[in-house]
Design a protein around this ligand. Structure first.
Ligand code: CA
Ligand code: CA
Length: 319
């Protein structure tokens, strides 16, 4: 049977200076399974394999040979005890709109049908006219920015950033694709990684500054660094001093879940919380996120909070 070709998303890029946080175990979330094929040629079998698993293909991620499988009602694809369920459906009864989130990554496919309505654009910039209309140092930075190239929108280089954006703000209830954590939001694509998912610390820092200037109060950083960079830490501190929450793995938010795609869930939760309480300070956001976890014996000793993100509790707890 061909399901042998159906492997969980994992892997790669260990030699990179900065690389996407794709480490470790399978990425699973409640009611969705992100699955990667061992080869591009195996991907055409996705519908049949998904059906055998009790689900259907909800979204294709061709640039990483992966699909998102949504199980049929009552079918559980995520292993028991996995840090996947964040009680999002219950939270959505309460709120579905989120504050602006900047995403430092490989860029975002801004015209993706599930994402396009949730992608921020720079209203002061005229696209594709070869000029830096808003005098911010970047020519034609319309749908965010391509820091790596030094000009143009933050279009996706390798699929990673689009995947992350889908977790934050894939449109829900539009009859296609997947449900993101935030149904409506404004994602600022800030591309600093190349097509191989590698980027320099200096570009990450420039990207962090762009994100701050874009007005985002949340910055999603789904990447890790093999080389500690004091300058990058300083940039994270600069964001913090301006009241901006960053999910860069040097701070504690990575500990809210054991999965490699934890950062966008935390970013989305923070953005949802900020939309609920626009005046919340950095410290209030931080303590609510850390205090709202769902403590699990399986995570004790594995993560600092001993718990996984609980979106509803985060949203409705005391400030
Ligand atoms: Ca500009
Ligand atoms: Ca322009």
């Amino acid at each position: 049977m061909r399901s042998a070709a159906f492997i969980a998303v994992v892997v790669v890029l260990s030699q990179a200076h900065l690389s996407p946080a794709r480490a470790g175990a399978a990425d699973t979330v409640s009611r969705r399974l992100i699955a990667r094929f061992s080869s591009a040629t195996a991907a055409h079998r996705a519908p049949a394999v998904a059906a055998r698993l009790g689900g259907r293909v909800a979204l294709r991620l061709p640039s990483i040979d992966a699909v998102v499988v949504r199980p049929r009602h009552g079918v559980a694809l995520a292993p028991p005890g996995n840090a996947g369920s964040i009680s999002a459906p219950a939270a959505w009864d309460h709120r579905t709109h989120c504050a602006k989130v900047a995403e430092l990554d490989s860029g975002v496919q801004h015209d993706h049908p599930d994402l396009s309505a949730n992608i921020w654009h720079n209203a002061k910039e005229i696209p594709a006219n070869g000029k830096d209309d808003d005098h911010n140092g970047y020519v034609d930075d319309y749908y965010g920015v391509n820091i790596e190239a030094g000009h143009g929108s933050g279009t996706d280089a390798d699929g990673h950033g689009t995947h992350v954006a889908g977790i934050i703000g894939g449109r829900t209830d539009n009859a296609t694709g997947i449900a993101g954590t935030c149904w409506t939001t404004a994602i600022v694509p800030v591309r600093f990684m190349d097509s191989r998912g590698r980027g320099s610390a200096s570009d990450a820092i420039a990207g962090m500054r762009y994100a701050i200037r874009s007005g985002a109060k949340i910055i999603n950083c789904s990447f890790g660094s093999s080389q500690p960079s004091q300058a990058l830490h300083d940039a994270v501190d600069e964001a913090r001093s301006k009241g901006i929450l960053s999910t860069y793995p040097t701070n504690r938010y990575k500990v809210l879940s054991g999965t490699s795609m934890a950062a966008p869930f935390v970013s989305a939760a923070a953005a949802m919380l900020l939309a609920e309480h626009p005046g919340m300070s950095y410290q209030q956001l931080r303590s609510r996120l850390l205090g709202g976890v769902d403590r699990l014996p399986a995570l004790t000793g594995e993560v600092a909070t001993g718990g996984r993100l609980d979106l509803l509790r985060t949203l409705t707890g005391s400030p």
